[in-house]
Design a protein around this ligand. Structure first.
Ligand code: NAD
Length: 504
């Protein structure tokens, strides 16, 4: 694949001004500072290779300082004394600031990550705004319980009384990936702050820009110093130091399953709480009675949106044999019709992958499958000036043992398989170490209802895919993780139960 990617300049004054200041610092204890070692690393536009900024490369000493600042803000000063309504107001103010800067943030996300502008502008940045508004509401709805105990102890003239308190977990390390940087950060930050925790944020090394801008907006919103601290840097350095830190109370992680395992190991020192939103290999199951006018574009969008760099991407497509040819031809036609280009170019449907490394990996899966006997109906070609583009791929004649069927590719690559019986497709859909999400496409309420119970996944969509909402819990079973982001249940993950039992 050869095409030249035209470099496109950001349009907003905000993005231009933000990028004009080339050197990005850490945000610790309310102050912007260089990394202790003075090191930086370059963050690039993946479409063009143009260096966008130099990012502070935080290490263990910076993590120590950030955790100390977060601890100080958690234990004393203004933050623990705020009422829930005051925390709520701060969260709402932050949401307003993100919304006021939405065009700038969307441009920065596109430049840093590669995604088409519309993805950030209309889906992800509004999603981040909604996260902060949703948890602004929940900050004022945190409740313990009164409990009638049966304790057989009652001094004369006294009564037993018992109740529970909900208290913030403490210092939270939020470690997030590069595929949807700002909204995934909001999914950690909003419930943590609503609960009254303080946070040290470690964004992915490939996409630090919107995290830096977010920290500026947190400062502008008026959060007390130390409530949010930002340590940019490498996973194996800053990330590992945070995961193993003895004074961090919880790690809230989104990322790959191998890194999730490393974080679990690192967390055992002080038995910190861990929540893990990990990888997926989500099945898309098309029944014979599906509305194919809905299902075919739906299945294509399930895998090609954000160039497949979506944890819930529908990367395994199972179509009933009676509709298989139509579905496969339809999805392949959709793939061929996608315009690749720079994310800031309005004509672009699909941008590059986040890095050359990721593009090599994704194209390697397709080439490996072809070598093992699979049929590549379309796509899988790597190209662009920087080699970061991969054309959307549809791969048929796969076998269940192939790497492309079993492993998370995290790119625009779908494997298609035919089935005859419902039991057969349930077994195939569940034949994965992952259990993040699935979608079922059918006009039969009965089939939809029953299949949704049989597929092992944290989320099942019916006649749709990748539908996110701040109120809907998202997360996985099996190797897709522990815990949930979004919804009321996510707030629980940042709260402890304290039982108080009294003679009164
Ligand atoms: P990754 O695991 O490589 O990195 C994620 C984050 O962890 C980054 O900030 C990285 O710097 C940090 N990190 C790396 N090594 C570390 C270590 N040893 N200790 C502590 N931190 C470390 O993941 P990625 O490649 O950035 O993101 C893609 C992955 O994220 C995919 O597997 C995808 O499925 C997953 N993801 C999951 C969800 C979900 O909700 N389940 C959402 C989005 C992405």
């Amino acid at each position: 694949m050869t095409f030249v990617v035209r470099s496109v300049e950001p349009q907003t004054e905000g993005a231009k001004a933000f990028l004009a200041k080339r050197r990005k610092q850490l945000f610790i204890g309310g102050a912007w500072i260089d990394a202790a070692g003075g090191d930086t690393f370059a963050t690039k536009d993946p479409a063009t290779g143009v260096v966008l900024a130099e990012i502070a490369k935080g290490g263990a000493a910076d993590v120590d300082a950030a955790v100390a600042a977060a601890r100080k803000a958690f234990e004393g000063g203004e933050w623990p004394g705020l009422t829930p309504m005051q925390r709520s107001r701060l969260l709402w103010t932050l949401a307003d600031l993100i919304e006021a800067n939405i065009d700038e943030l969307a441009e920065l996300e596109t430049l840093d990550q590669g995604k088409p502008l519309y993805v950030g502008r209309w889906a992800e940045i509004p999603g981040a705004v909604n996260q902060f508004r949703y948890y602004a509401g929940l900050a004022t709805a945190i409740e313990g319980r009164t409990i009638d105990s049966s304790i057989n102890y009652q001094p004369a003239g006294k009564q037993m009384a018992s109740w529970t308190l909900r208290e913030p977990v403490g210092v939270v390390a939020a470690i997030v990936p590069w595929n949807s940087p700002l909204v995934l950060t909001a999914m950690k930050l909003a419930p943590a702050l609503a609960a009254g925790c303080t946070v040290v944020l470690k964004p992915a090394e490939d996409t630090s820009l919107t995290a830096v801008r977010l920290a500026e907006l947190v400062q502008q919103a008026g959060f007390p110093a130390g409530v949010l601290n930002l340590v940019t840097g490498l996973g194996g350095e800053a990330g590992a130091a945070l995961a193993s830190h003895q004074d961090v109370d919880k790690v809230a992680f989104t990322g790959s399953t191998p890194t999730g395992r490393a974080i679990l190991d690192a967390a055992k020192g002080n038995l910190k709480k861990v929540s893990l939103e990990l990888g997926g290999k989500s099945p898309v199951v098309i029944l014979p009675d599906a509305d194919l006018d809905l299902a075919i574009p739906g299945a294509a969008n399930a895998i090609f949106f954000n160039a497949g760099q979506v944890c819930v991407a529908g990367s395994r497509l199972y179509a009933h044999r009676s509709v298989y040819d139509r579905v496969v031809e339809g999805v392949a036609a959709q793939a061929r019709g996608l315009q690749l280009g720079h994310g800031l170019d309005p004509a672009t449907h699909m941008g590059p992958l986040v890095s050359r490394k990721q593009a090599d990996r994704v194209a390697g899966f397709v080439a490996g499958a072809a070598a093992a006997g699979a049929e590549v109906l379309t796509g899988g070609q790597q190209g662009g000036d920087e080699g970061t583009f991969v054309t959307p791929a549809v791969v048929a004649r796969v076998t269940p043992d192939m790497a492309i069927v079993r492993e998370e590719v995290f790119g625009p690559v779908v494997v298609v398989q035919a089935y005859d019986e419902i039991d057969e497709v349930v077994a195939a859909a569940n034949d994965s170490e992952f259990g993040l999400a699935a979608s079922i496409w059918t006009e039969s309420l009965s089939h939809a209802h029953r299949l949704s119970r049989r597929i092992k996944a944290g989320t099942v969509w019916i006649n749709c895919h990748s539908m996110y909402d701040n109120a809907l819990p998202i997360g996985g079973v099996k190797a897709s993780g522990w815990g949930r982001d979004s919804g009321q249940v996510a707030l629980d993950g940042y709260l402890e139960w304290k039982t108080v039992c009294a003679v009164v």
